[in-house]
Structure formats: structure tokens, C-alpha cells
Design a protein around this ligand. Structure first.
Ligand code: FAD
Length: 395
């Protein structure tokens, strides 16, 4: 049976079989069956990771989508216990059904911003991050979890229970076993105001620091992707979010937003006319200046399953091409110099960036395989990869 990842589609893998447990007992049974056959195991959630980590040649893939229940909400401490296969939309829907769609409810503090159909187990495994301005990676949002290890043994892990295992599993990409349930530390939902301006790379270190000092909690800088523009990787949309301080708690207005059709048009444009695409995006963002958002839902995304087909228009010759999202970490003061050097390299090599953003991360000194080893700027490049031998080589 052949499986692939959802986003890059670059990891077609022939696996022996897929098992979809619906309980811990079934996870243990899957592991024991694989052991008896002397076959390796891989674990998948939403299958969005682009490095093929969730698949294994001739292996057993344990698909966690059958373990997607919410188990318990501790309303005193804001702790939510969920099965690890649950994805963000179901988790949010449960929280809103239980508590109402209102300010002050318990909710997630950060999630990935490019897609929502991602599992909590996948978030733990990759130690993900969102667009928080002062947040550590997801490890900081995880209170405890349950792991079934390679012997089929159940381990209850937290910062105080087997802390070495806890630190190794978060960001450990599923190498140490199957995470079956996770206890998340939630935050109170707040109303935020988005403030948007268009700024240059040289100003970023100071502007980010200024926004943090003023109390902004989220933010990013989405840059110009047209290599023919003098502002390539140099000019970008700087949007930051700050709690509204006038006591308002009403549901946010959605006066200006991009619907699915708008996103489809943007995706079509981004390959054929990058100047126009960036200009349309810039105009849209500027119109949202001052709008209100919930602190959780502004982190959600419209994800187009058919984005690769939209990119593949008649006017664009060549084989199917998909995106490989890559992220490089840079000391914040070096950001302008890095972006300028990156623009040169990308132009020289003819790499095609279809989207890019810069965010911040605080240092993680809690996990074994920590990627946030300093308080860095995270620079993200969505690189187009053609599905051909030459295209892969080029990427
Ligand atoms: C469009 C897009 C946008 C993204 N945006 C961001 C972003 O803003 N920030 C960010 O940090 N990342 C981002 N990512 C990366 C993404 O968060 C990770 O790849 C994440 O692991 C995917 O979750 P998933 O449920 O799809 O996991 P999968 O792709 O199914 O698996 C990913 C890894 O997690 C392991 N795993 C999954 N479930 C379990 C489990 N229950 N127990 C043990 N191991 C498990 C798998 O073995 C594998 O190694 C993005 C990816 C895409 C495609």
C-alpha cells in the first residue's frame, strides 16, 4: 500500500499496512504485532510533515486519527486532556461547545498558523510553534502525556514524572513511541487588535522589540516574494496583535477577510504574477488594520487541499510542483543581513519562493532535541519543488 504526506507529496512510501487504533489497548496490540513480525513502526497524525517522518518502507503505520476524543477539562487550572490524534478544529469546536464562543474561555495559546488539520500528537512530536512574539515552542504548552514505548509499556510522563523521557519525546518526532494522550496547558481567550504596516527588513529587529515592549503578543512579517522587485525579501507586511485595553470583550468583527475563493485566486496569481499577488495581499492586510480577532482563532488558516493543482495552470509549463516549507533560525540582530544574503542566493539559484514570513521564538532549554536553542527569528521559505529528478535536485 502506498502512502504520501499531504502537503509536499514528495514522500511516496510503500508501507506494509496501516493500523488505526481506537484505544491504548489497541496501540499496544499494534506494537506487539509489529514486534512479533520484526517490522518497524511509524506513527502518523494529520500526515502534514514534509520530511517523510510519518511513513516507513515496508513498515506498519499507526494512524492515530481514530484516537480523537477530548477526555477532560479542568476548569480551575485550565488543563485539557485529549487523545493525541485529535486535530485543532475538533478541539476548538469542543471548547466552544462546552464553554461558549466568548472572551475568557479556556483555549489554546499557540498552534501552527499554516494549516489546522494537524494533530496534537504531531504538534508534540515536532515541538511546533505559532506566531507568538514572546512564546517558547509548544513544549511550554504541554503539561503531561502518555507514551506507549517500543516494548508496549505505558509511561505517564511530565516535567516531574520521568522528566528525561518527557524532554526526549517532545520534539522527538515519534522516535520513542506512540503518544496516546496529551494534557495541554490552556490560556484565557482574549480579544486582540491587529495593527498592520508595511516595513523594511532593516527596521525589523527594532520594530519587533518595540512591539513586545508595548505589550503585543503575536506578530509576523510577510515578505515580498517577487525576485524581480528591488524589495524582494526586503519589504513586508508587519502585523502584530495586542490585547484590547478598553475592556471590550464582544465577538470580533469580520469586516474584512479572505474567503476560500480569494485564497484560490491568490494561489493562482502567486506563480504567474508575484508582484500583483503581493500587492493584493498587502492591500488586503492594510484594510484589516485595527480589526479585532480572538487570540485563538486568528491563528487558524484556510488550507487548500488542491493548492498544487491550482498552481499547475495552463500558463505554467512543467511537471507538478508542490511546496517544501523550510525554516531557518537567525539571531534577531542579524535578520536584515541574513535576508539580504538569502535574497541573493535565492535569485542566483533560481529558487522559487511562493510565500515567506518571519516570526520570533523564545529559547527552549527544556527538551533534548531543542531547535529553539536561542531567542531567534524564524525565517520561513515556502519553496516550490518540481516533481522531477531535476526539480528535487534543485530543491
Ligand atoms: C501547511 C503547513 C503549515 C505548517 N505550519 C507550521 C507552523 O506554523 N509551525 C510549526 O511549528 N509547524 C508547522 N508545520 C509543520 C507541522 O506542524 C508538523 O509537520 C506537524 O508535526 C504535523 O502534524 P501532523 O498531525 O500532520 O503530523 P504527521 O505529519 O502525521 O507526523 C509528524 C511527526 O509526528 C509524529 N507523530 C504524529 N503523531 C504522533 C503521536 N501520536 N505519537 C508520537 N509521534 C507522533 C510522526 O511520527 C512524525 O514524525 C506546518 C506544516 C504544513 C504542511
Amino acid at each position: 500500500m502506498q502512502l504520501n504526506d499531504v502537503h509536499s507529496r514528495l514522500n511516496a512510501t510503500t508501507v506494509r499496512r496501516v493500523e488505526r487504533p481506537t484505544s491504548e489497548v489497541e496501540v499496544v496490540a499494534s506494537i506487539q504485532r509489529a514486534r512479533a513480525e520484526n517490522v518497524g513502526v511509524a506513527i502518523c497524525g494529520g500526515r502534514h510533515a514534509m520530511g517523510g517522518q510519518q511513513l516507513l518502507d515496508d513498515g506498519v503505520v499507526i494512524d492515530m486519527s481514530g484516537m480523537d476524543a477530548v477526555l477532560e477539562l479542568d476548569r480551575e487550572q485550565g488543563l485539557l486532556r485529549v487523545e493525541a490524534g485529535i486535530q485543532w478544529p475538533a478541539l476548538l469546536a469542543w471548547l466552544e461547545t462546552e464553554q461558549g464562543d466568548a472572551a475568557g474561555i479556556w483555549t489554546y495559546r499557540q498552534k501552527q498558523t499554516g494549516a489546522d488539520s494537524l494533530s496534537i500528537g504531531g504538534a508534540v512530536a515536532a515541538n511546533v510553534h505559532g506566531r507568538g512574539l514572546t512564546l517558547r515552542p509548544f513544549e511550554d504548552d504541554v503539561e503531561a502525556f502518555v507514551l506507549i514505548d517500543a516494548d508496549g509499556q505505558r509511561r505517564q510522563l511530565s516535567r516531574t514524572q520521568q522528566p528525561d523521557w518527557f524532554a526526549a519525546v517532545i520534539g522527538g518526532y515519534g522516535l520513542l513511541g506512540v503518544v496516546t494522550e496529551v494534557t495541554l496547558r490552556l490560556a484565557r481567550r482574549q480579544l486582540l487588535r491587529r495593527v498592520v504596516e508595511v516595513v523594511h527588513a532593516a527596521e525589523l529587529p527594532e520594530l519587533f522589540a518595540g512591539r513586545i515592549a508595548e505589550g503585543y503578543e503575536f506578530g509576523d512579517w510577510q515578505y515580498d516574494i517577487d525576485p524581480l522587485s528591488p524589495h524582494y525579501l526586503d519589504r513586508g507586511i508587519f502585523s502584530c496583535y495586542r490585547p484590547v485595553d478598553d475592556g471590550k470583550t464582544e465577538a470580533p468583527s469580520k469586516e474584512v477577510s479572505l474567503d476560500r475563493e480569494d485564497w484560490m485566486r491568490l494561489v493562482e496569481l502567486v506563480r504567474t504574477d508575484k508582484t500583483l499577488a503581493f500587492e493584493a495581499y498587502r492591500q488586503h492586510y492594510l484594510q484589516t488594520n485595527g480589526q479585532h480577532y480572538w487570540s485563538d482563532t486568528h491563528q487558524n488558516a484556510t488550507y487548500l487541499d488542491n493548492y498544487a493543482e491550482l498552481l499547475q495552470q495552463d500558463s505554467v509549463k512543467g511537471p507538478l510542483a508542490t511546496l517544501m516549507i523550510s525554516e531557518l533560525y537567525v539571531p534577531r540582530v542579524s535578520l536584515p543581513a541574513f535576508l539580504s544574503a538569502a535574497a541573493n542566493v535565492l535569485r542566483q539559484t533560481g529558487a522559487e519562493v511562493l510565500y515567506g514570513t518571519v516570526r520570533l521564538i523564545e529559547k527552549d532549554d527544556h527538551t533534548l532535541l531543542a531547535w529553539a536553542r536561542e531567542p531567534w527569528a524564524c525565517t520561513i521559505f515556502n519553496l516550490l519543488v518540481e516533481h522531477s529528478v531535476a526539480g528535487r535536485e534543485h530543491a
